[in-house]
Design a binder for this molecule. Structure first.
Ligand code: IDP
Ligand code: MG
Length: 140
């Protein structure tokens, strides 16, 4: 068990419905700590940069359009096995396939509007954290 940081995004479908607190209580109750947090409204270009690993996928343009359609909350979660723990709390990409009690099952609206993002590996967490945060903004 390693203490890790991971990037979490609360997506526009959730800020629109005013449910960021209902989501974050799940992370905290599972033992993850929010050690950095800010609300942003990404441009389409910024969304495209963040999701560039998906640029060949059919859903890329729609995903980037959606991610820049309203505010998001970017945050760093810190704790034991934070990368995997966050993915467990989030649930599967498609809310219809996500386990009962996960954020995506309980709040997700579709495979695209699935409420939260979480880094999928330690390496990607480092890259994604540095996309959104500088060292000065991280209170460990
Ligand atoms: P993940 O967020 O569970 O890691 P990824 O495959 O990395 O899933 O996809 C990134 C995001 O792209 C998803 O969270 C979702 O918003 C969107 N997405 C993934 N697959 C589809 C799809 O088949 N149709 C539309 N949007 C999708
Ligand atoms: Mg992913």
């Amino acid at each position: 068990m390693f203490m890790q940081k991971t990037l979490s995004l609360i997506k526009p479908d959730a800020t629109e419905r005013n449910i960021t607190g209902s989501i974050n209580i799940r992370f905290e109750q599972a033992g993850l700590r929010i050690i950095a947090q800010k609300r942003l409204w990404l441009t389409k270009t910024q969304s495209e940069q963040f999701y560039k690993i998906h640029k060949e996928r059919a859903f890329y343009d729609s995903l980037c359009e959606y991610m820049s359609s309203g505010p998001i909350v970017a945050q760093i979660l810190y704790g034991k096995n934070a990368v995997a723990k966050n993915r467990e709390i989030m649930g599967a990409t498609n809310p219809a396939n996500a386990e009962i009690g996960t954020v995506r099952r309980d709040f997700g609206q579709s495979i695209e509007r699935n409420t939260v993002h979480g880094s999928d590996s330690f390496e990607n967490a480092e890259i994604e954290i540095s996309f959104f945060f500088s060292l000065l903004e991280i209170i460990e």
